[in-house]
Design a protein around this ligand. Structure first.
Ligand code: F6P
Length: 341
């Protein structure tokens, strides 16, 4: 078989582990040929690729980022490729394509699959918001980074009797904020799924100070929003990909808390540090399993599918199901901690 692999969208710890696993399973075990497209779908559309052998993936398991490079999706160009799918597949002599990516990439994968390209998707995102899989690799690493930040911010917050607001990633889903907030014992957690009540947050902080605990750490997802009319807030502009550009909810919240409480508050945007660097052991294992199963699915001819974690097992699930809607934090998970406001 000749298998193409690419990484698209925002990067994520564990991408290299998938690439390595695909090559190990396909080239070493099965005698396939694997080609890696450079810079995501751009490399696929421009025919920029290189052959991947065992040496080219040596030493990358623990490395963050992606050796293939990544890029955001150009939909018009992708539609063009879909229109000429069969010619395109023959030109590249592809028997299977394994795109590794988030919701946008898997939607593109589905478009290519519908157009006749034999696709097996692998889901990735630090946000953990892809439906049909219990977990995505990268999430565990991001939660670890954010948890460490909360631990560290607590000691400096306590020394200075301050409120520290840490803004973590999560445009549409608050998984990182929820789990890092729980693991780090944040006093307040705000997620996109529940508009937060600033008054309640203020009361919680005042109560803490009154009890002699003169500091607080609030973990807020970048996509969290105040409940209507509870604090001055304007929505961000919509960017070329249809996403709202964020206007720094962490900083806004810190300023507002400072004003209302008369207590010093500082904001800290964790940003891309959550996406960079070495993956945790958990993410390396999940990524490696996804890569192995993607190759197996290609050999079984199970196209238009994606690898997914269900419980402890890896299963194949239709791309159509995985891209239908994002997996948001459900009510019962928010109810498991009193810290969600
Ligand atoms: O989807 C992953 C993600 O990390 C989001 O949480 C975040 O909003 C976004 O990517 C940032 O993307 P960019 O790298 O384009 O700024």
């Amino acid at each position: 078989m000749r298998i193409g692999v690419l990484t698209a969208g925002g990067d994520c710890p564990g991408l290299n582990a998938v690439i390595r696993s695909v090559v190990h399973r396909a080239v070493v075990d099965r005698g396939d040929q694997v080609i890696g497209f450079e810079d995501g779908f751009r490399g696929l559309l421009e025919g920029r690729y290189r052959e991947l052998d065992i040496d080219s993936v040596s030493g990358i398991l623990a490395r963050g980022g992606t050796i293939l490079g990544s890029s955001r999706l150009e939909r018009n160009r992708l539609r063009e490729a879909c229109d000429n799918a069969e010619a395109f597949r023959q030109e590249l002599s592809l028997d299977a394509l394994i795109p590794i990516g988030g919701e946008g990439t898997l939607t593109a994968a589905r478009m290519l699959s519908d157009a006749g390209i034999p696709v097996v998707g692998v889901p990735k995102t630090i946000d953990n918001d892809i439906s049909a899989t219990d977990r995505t690799f990268g999430f565990d690493t991001a939660v670890g980074v954010a948890t460490e930040a909360i631990d560290r911010l607590k000691t400096t917050a306590e020394s200075h009797q301050r409120v520290m607001v840490v803004e973590v990633m999560g445009r549409h889903a608050g998984w990182i904020a929820l789990e890092a907030g729980m693991a780090g014992g944040a006093h307040g957690i705000c997620v996109p799924e529940r508009p937060f009540q600033l008054d309640d947050l203020c009361k919680m902080i005042e109560d803490r100070f009154a009890r002699g605990k003169k500091f607080a750490v609030i973990c807020v997802a970048e996509g969290a929003r105040p409940a209507e009319g509870t604090m001055p807030y304007e929505r961000g502009a919509i960017d070329a990909y249809g996403h709202e550009r964020f206007t720094g909810i962490g900083q806004r919240m810190a300023s507002e808390l400072e004003k209302r409480l008369g207590t010093e508050a500082r904001a800290m945007i964790l940003g891309h540090i959550q996406r960079g660097g070495t993956p945790t052991a958990y993410d390396r294992v999940l990524a490696t399993r996804f890569g192995w199963h993607a190759v197996e699915a290609a050999h079984r001819g199970e196209f238009g599918m994606m690898t997914a974690l269900r419980g402890t097992e890896i299963v194949m699930t239709p791309l159509a199901q995985a891209t239908m809607e994002l997996k948001r934090v459900p009510q019962n998970r928010m109810d498991e901690t009193e810290a969600v406001f």
